[in-house]
Design a protein around this ligand. Structure first.
Ligand SMILES: CC(C)(COP(=O)(O)OP(=O)(O)OC[C@H]1O[C@@H](n2cnc3c(N)ncnc32)[C@H](O)[C@@H]1OP(=O)(O)O)[C@@H](O)C(=O)NCCC(=O)NCCS
Length: 376
């Protein structure tokens, strides 16, 4: 086999480094956060999961109070960032606004280039909090509404909803978002996390790495798939149309968003929780149409392509039933994943070596150099 034929496109199957943060077992459909099965920690609060990733184990009550206080204390934004979000072009993608706004934060963070562990921890907590505030402010600005200042009492999830809607959410709504954030918090060396680790490996700062990760998450093959799923459901329009639509799309060899995964060869363990949430939310909203359509697409994809729903598939209909605008879905993914990114950045720096893979050159060789005046 030539060097070129051996190239693992998309780094398929390549083990890049070790991690103690999460384990993705694609054969058995298992996801583990620092030793805890996702099915068990799904009932934890997002704040508990932040503590788990940053400090290595689940917190006791005192430890939880401390991290909760630190997260709440970091919710505010510099005025320039509020202003930027409020004045961003209304047609700009929320993830593009989020990316620029997060990048702006570095000018307002103390010792942004200091990579010592205390400072990194402070920045991880600050970014986890502020990505949520920025994301909610983007949602308000898109509706032409004034931003809502963060509450310093509500949980991370409840505060996001409060800043997005201007109203304190019912417990059941906040709890649903809380669980969705937990389910999206980390997932091995996915594209955006790997991006964050690559940027970090050159000893760049945490804000640069998170900004780059947001750019990666935006794409429809990664976090952008949740918005694409809802757009697809809206385009299909009704349960009766599903069969034709799926058949046609597969005949045209087009991908159906929310299905397939590089690592999972069986059900994505996060998808089964989100499926339950999608059903419950459809029933609560008095409209199970999106759930039933999703279930039918899932059955067809399973029968015809042996492909399973991934995390983005049922999160779409869940968020939509909760009244969240589809364009904001990926930014909510970023609200959850910032804790994963920042924890990976910290881990990368504990035993860093610059990421510098090689390329199999496939271009021409031995071309004759011609001076510019003689080139045709
Ligand atoms: C997740 C994903 C990017 C993984 O990519 P990958 O490991 O590189 O897999 P590939 O894109 O090479 O797909 C492998 C095969 O399955 C098919 N396939 C994969 N996902 C598919 C989908 N969602 N719909 C239809 N076919 C799909 C591909 O067409 C390909 O078929 P082929 O071998 O006949 O050409 C891919 O499954 C995908 O694009 N899914 C839709 C986007 C999505 O939901 N992303 C969120 C991931 S959490």
């Amino acid at each position: 086999m030539s060097n070129l034929e051996m190239v693992p496109k998309g780094l398929d199957g390549v083990v890049v480094d070790k991690t103690e943060l999460s384990r993705v077992d694609g054969t058995n459909g298992v996801l583990v956060y620092r030793g805890y099965n996702i099915d068990e920690v799904a009932q934890c609060s997002f704040e508990e999961i932040c503590y788990l990733f940053l400090y290595g184990d689940l917190p006791n009550i005192e430890q939880l109070k401390k991290i909760d206080k630190r997260l709440k204390a970091e919710r505010s934004l510099p005025k320039a960032v509020w202003d930027f979000v409020a004045n961003a072009p209304k047609n700009e993608h929320p993830m593009a606004v989020l990316r620029t706004a997060v990048s702006m934060l570095s000018g307002y963070m103390l010792n942004v280039d200091d990579l010592s562990s205390d400072v990194l921890l402070r920045h991880a907590i600050a970014l986890t909090s502020k990505v949520s505030t920025i994301s909610a402010a983007i949602s308000r600005a898109r509706q032409g509404l004034f931003a809502v200042e963060p509450s310093f009492d509500l949980s991370h999830a409840a505060n996001y909803l409060y800043m997005s809607t201007g109203e304190i959410p019912q417990d059941v709504v906040a709890k649903t978002l809380d669980m969705a954030l937990v389910l999206h918090a980390d997932h091995g060396f996915n594209a955006s996390t790997f991006t964050a680790r690559v940027v970090t490996s050159s000893l760049s700062d945490m804000v640069s790495a998170v900004t780059a990760a947001i750019g990666s998450l935006k794409g429809p093959l990664h976090g952008g798939a949740n918005t694409a799923v809802m757009e697809m459901l809206i385009e299909i329009g009704s349960l009766e149309n599903v069969e034709n639509w799926v058949n046609q799309t597969l005949q045209q060899k087009r991908k159906i968003m929310g299905f397939g995964h590089r690592v999972y060869k069986t059900i994505d363990p996060r998808a089964k929780h989100l499926k339950r949430m999608s059903k419950e939310w459809g029933e609560r909203a008095g409209n199970v149409k999106w759930f039933l359509m999703s279930e039918k697409i899932e059955d067809m994809m399973q029968s015809f392509k042996h492909l399973n729903a991934n995390v983005d598939f049922y999160s779409a209909s869940t968020y939509y039933a909760m009244g969240i605008e589809p364009e904001m879905f990926t930014a909510i993914f970023a609200v959850a994943r910032t804790i994963g990114w920042t924890s990976h950045i910290i881990e990368q720096l504990v035993d860093n070596r610059i990421m510098r893979p090689e390329a199999a050159y496939a271009g021409p060789e031995n071309k004759m150099f011609v001076p510019i005046e003689k080139r045709s």
